[in-house]
Design a binder for this molecule. Structure first.
Ligand code: KG4
Ligand code: ZN
Length: 331
């Protein structure tokens, strides 16, 4: 049995978990800073780092619960991509424990962690499969060839989907993080009321969301200038539909063109009910299996890092005391 203590501090959650054999969740501690960042309309990096420093030891102690560090076989830690100061807190804590207790250390890529979140509740899901990663900072279509082998087949050329959601939400006066609020509001709006653009980029597999975002901002500003009433629910629903149409179309197209029978979703926006519904319908029609983690494992958490670290460890990955935070770490 391999028991991983996993640490995740790439953005605004201080998260620590203990995971056995990449499947059994022993503990899952998440200390969220959302309330602190809310009044600034987004994550303030300096505040995030300070809060991680304050919360780190408490979270580790809570995640270990009845256990001690002697019961841990591997330390897994996110070392990128993310906010460099925030990442450093987790990396330093992980290195200190690994050094003091002589426990193997594994550095984990945050995006690979998001993908690995799918293994927690779906033991039947095994590579190869296609994964649509949609988070606050990333939008990738990834060919997951093996547990530690990935090929990016499409990526955003500008904004990430979550970023577009958060900006549109802000324009509508909704508080950070706006994604879940747009999702709720969209349920009571008419998704066909406003025709926002869908950037198909000549049918390739890359994405672009800055156009639809600007189009929403222009629409809202236009209403305000002309003193016309703004139906926020219709804006939310129409924006969401434009985004979901593109994500669904490209993902299904890639899968059918490459005879892929399993698709997974990952990242915070994988919580989105419109995206889940559209992809469920499209995959069912195409005879493809669809997997996604429960919301708790879609947004940032350390369980996913524990699962990814387990597979990296099995593949022989070991970090040493030179492990550093890498803000723009590639996949
Ligand atoms: O994966 P995540 O927790 O952090 C990053 O690695 O970026 O993703 C956070 C993003 C935020 O932009 C948030 O607004 C978005 O995920 N999000 C959603 C929903 N829940 C979270 N976006 C749309 N619909 C949701 N239900
Ligand atoms: Zn994330």
């Amino acid at each position: 049995m391999i028991r991983v203590l996993a640490i995740e501090t790439s953005c605004d959650e201080t998260a620590v978990a203990v995971v056995e054999n990449g499947t059994k969740v022993v503990s899952n501690v998440i200390s969220s800073q959302i309330d602190l960042h809310k009044k600034f309309g987004g994550v303030v990096p300096e505040i995030a780092s300070r809060m991680h420093t304050e919360q780190m030891n408490l979270c580790i102690r809570q995640a270990l619960d009845e256990m001690t560090l002697d019961d841990i076989d591997v330390i897994g830690v996110t070392y990128g991509p993310g906010l460099v100061g925030a990442l450093l807190v987790g990396v330093m804590a992980a290195k200190a424990i690994a050094f003091a207790k002589n426990i193997p250390l594994v550095g984990v890529n945050h995006i690979k962690g998001h993908i690995a979140a799918n293994y927690i509740e779906h033991p039947q899901l095994k590579p190869p499969f296609l994964c649509l990663v949609v988070s606050g900072g990333h939008t990738h279509l990834v060919n997951v060839k093996d547990y530690t082998e990935y090929e990016i087949v499409g990526r955003t050329k500008d904004d990430a989907v979550g970023e577009a959601y958060d900006k549109v939400a802000r324009t509508l006066g909704l508080k950070y993080p706006g994604g879940p609020k747009i999702d709720e509001l969209a349920k009571v709006g008419d998704k066909n009321s406003i025709d926002f653009p869908r950037a198909m980029l000549d049918g390739g597999y890359d994405f672009s969301f800055s156009g639809v975002k600007s189009s929403v901002l222009n629409y809202v500003n236009g209403c305000n200038m002309k003193q016309q009433p703004l139906n926020a629910a219709n804006v939310a629903a129409s924006f969401q539909q434009a985004v979901v149409d593109v994500l669904t179309y490209k993902t299904i197209n890639y899968a059918t063109a490459n005879n892929i029978k399993n698709i997974a979703l990952a990242g915070g926006v994988a919580c989105n009910s419109g995206l889940r519904q559209a992809l469920t319908a499209a995959t069912t029609a195409a005879g493809i299996n669809l997997y996604y983690p429960q919301p708790l494992y879609c947004t940032d958490n350390a369980v996913m890092i524990g699962v990814a670290a387990y597979y990296e460890y099995l593949a022989g990955s070991r970090a040493d005391m030179h492990l550093n935070a890498v803000a723009n770490l590639a996949m």
